[in-house]
Write a protein that binds this ligand. Structure first.
Ligand code: SAM
Length: 276
């Protein structure tokens, strides 16, 4: 996909301002889900004592912190100063830097592995970010990313999207165009992207993940604090429509809580490859 300069800048500005806002509640709301990807990612990169690893779009630093806990030498990079500040508060000993996934400052082949947990769906040019991860990893090293499964399998995002789309007048919202949030959720698209980046031994695996619904407001809370693409659509609606959406999401939370387990499946796609 190619972007005009203006569209590219608009998408980057949109994502940057979203991650200022999302940084406040990310750990308490989205963290419970994205942390479930940490162990599968570390297994996929072949974590070991001394492994040097880049955690791209590190956010609160979950992957990098767990890697350090297993004796590896991680560096976490994220373009949001607010997310980096949050990661520093939680993990003061981690090596963390501000930087753009599509323009990494590191030398070629300077890491044993690179991982990116749930960042690829936020980059304007995910192929460029993947090529950068491949470039900084030495031959034989692993490049791994995770993204969410399609909304048909992902009951959290699926429910939010379905309810918002049912009530919203889309003409009221302006969301800058960019790659679809679920574009890479098609295993064939992810495989093609890895292949185009020159990675070999490509593997795409589905890993279970769940969103625990502890109060009827939790799904609405996820929309309000952790849904950068859908939130502007919701906010652009009339007060009456927003009320309908809020009520429908609270009803959905109540329904989920009535069922044993009180959680929504939101499976993860774990995509991995080897630098030849
Ligand atoms: C969904 S969060 C994932 C955070 C963390 N990896 C996790 O698993 O919880 C996406 C992260 O991508 C970061 N991000 C978005 N675009 C970026 C870019 N172009 N370069 C670096 N980081 C970016 C955001 O600041 C945010 O911290």
């Amino acid at each position: 996909m190619t972007f005009s300069d203006n569209a590219y800048q608009a998408f980057v500005a949109f994502e940057k301002s979203a991650w200022v806002e999302m940084s406040t509640h990310y750990d308490s709301i989205a963290g419970q889900m994205t942390r479930q990807a940490v162990s599968p990612i570390l297994d996929a990169v072949g974590i070991r004592v001394g492994l040097t690893m880049l955690d791209v779009a590190t956010g609160p630093g979950y992957v990098a912190a767990a890697a350090a806990g297993r004796g590896a030498k991680p560096v976490g990079v994220d373009f949001s100063p607010e997310m980096i500040a949050g990661a520093r508060r939680m993990f003061p000993d981690l090596e963390l830097e501000q930087g753009d996934a599509e323009n990494l400052r590191y030398r070629d082949a300077s890491f044993d592995a690179a991982a990116c947990a749930f960042g690829m769906l936020h980059f304007p040019r995910p192929g460029k970010a993947l090529a950068e991860m491949r470039r900084v990893v030495r031959p034989g090293g692993k490049v791994v990313y995770t993204i969410w499964s399609t909304p048909t399998k992902d009951h959290l995002f699926g429910t939010i999207r379905e309810i918002v789309l049912k009530h919203a007048d889309l003409s009221l919202a302006t969301v800058p165009s960019g790659p679809g949030a679920f574009m890479l959720s098609d295993p064939l698209v992810s495989t093609a992207l890895m292949d185009a980046a020159g990675l070999t031994e490509i593997d795409v695996e589905e890993v279970p993940c769940y969103f625990d619904v502890r109060t009827p407001q939790d799904i609405l809370g996820f929309l309000n604090h952790c849904s950068p693409r859908v939130l502007p659509v919701f906010r652009a609606q009339t007060e009456e429509t927003r009320g309908h959406i809020e009520q429908a999401l609270v009803n959905e939370g109540t329904k989920v809580m009535a069922v044993a387990g009180s959680r929504l499946p939101c499976p993860i796609l774990l995509v991995s490859g080897v630098v030849p």
